[in-house]
Design a protein around this ligand. Structure first.
Ligand code: GRG
Length: 294
């Protein structure tokens, strides 16, 4: 049986996910608007669902640290989901992971073609920075640019591609995971915090929380690719093995991978306690990541 706090934590996540779904639907260009195919493709990928974890982290950080202006945080939170969706579309391409299924439906290049998938990813990238610029904060624009560029997500993705087909060291797999996936997750909490006006000390604390959950998130993604349920995941399992990818369980073994993910979640929860009041949402999100099945 679920405890009362677990139920209210799930209610919180669900309410935030529904809010993000509504906002994305409202902010995205209509499929009737030219170039129609591109807008239709963008909507197909973004509105297919997803947990909306990155916008939820930004909303949680903003509200926890006293932010109240929806006109600022709503476009910023949605901008993070656009970047995430762009990375999924490009990651699924034949020249990357060559996946057929994403979020329970055919990947974008399968539904349309590769050219549309590349352009839709590019369109999401541009739109994301446009929405972020609406906040009026140059700091959050540079935060996101650094998180997803060569010193962040792209750097991790490049290392991931280069690691295919060979054994990697613990240092290499840690670099790949903390950059390819962790950097955007850390930026999500940071952006919410920056927009709420946090000081440097809190920025550093939030960053450590984001690093722990971001790393744990990708370790669990690797674990689920081995023993997850395809129906719940909405994508094929075994993709990493098929593509001979470097994974955390492949480097340290399944038992240690699970133990390390659990330890990272415990450490993230410890950090939450330093946030004092209202840390409960952060704490619940960390627990949710540790136990997620999709
Ligand atoms: C420019 C060619 C080019 C590539 C862009 C592809 C890429 C750079 C980076 C890849 C980053 C990537 C796809 C990391 C995997 C992150 C990950 C665990 C995705 C799954 O996230 P969830 O579980 O998905 O949050 P949902 O569907 O719930 O949103």
């Amino acid at each position: 049986m679920k405890t009362e706090s677990a139920v209210s934590g799930l209610d919180y996540l669900l309410a935030k996910k529904e809010l993000v779904d509504r906002l994305l639907d409202k902010f995205l260009p209509s499929a009737d608007q030219e170039p129609k195919v591109l807008h239709e493709a963008v909507r197909y990928s973004v509105m297919a669902g997803g947990k909306r974890l990155r916008p939820i982290l930004a909303l949680t950080a903003y509200e926890t640290f006293g932010g109240t202006d929806e006109h600022i945080i709503h476009p910023a939170a949605c901008a993070l989901e656009l970047i995430h969706t762009y990375s999924l579309i490009h990651d699924d391409l034949p020249c990357m992971d060559d996946d057929d299924l994403r979020r329970g439906q055919p990947t974008l290049h399968k539904k349309y073609n590769e050219a549309v998938a590349v352009l839709a990813g590019d369109a999401l990238h541009d739109l994301s920075f446009y929405w972020l610029s609406q906040t009026g904060s140059a700091e959050v624009v540079s935060e996101l640019a650094c998180a997803i560029g060569t010193s962040g997500m792209l750097g991790g993705q490049m290392a991931d591609v280069e690691a295919e087909g060979r054994r990697v060291s613990f240092e290499e797999i840690s670099y790949i995971h903390s950059h390819k996936t962790g950097a955007l997750i850390r930026a999500s909490v940071r952006i919410g915090g920056i927009l709420a006006g946090i000081d440097k000390k809190m920025y550093n604390k939030l960053s450590r929380y984001g690093e722990k959950i971001g790393f744990a998130f990708q370790i669990i993604d690797d674990i689920l690719d081995i023993d997850g349920d395809q129906k719940k995941l909405g994508k094929e399992v075994g993709s990493d093995c098929r593509n001979d990818k470097a994974t955390y369980p492949g480097t340290v073994g399944m038992d240690r991978a699970r133990a390390d993910a659990d330890r990272l979640i415990d450490e993230a929860i410890e950090i939450c306690h330093e946030f004092k009041a209202k840390a409960n949402h952060f704490e619940f999100i960390a627990r949710y990541i540790g136990q997620r099945e999709h």
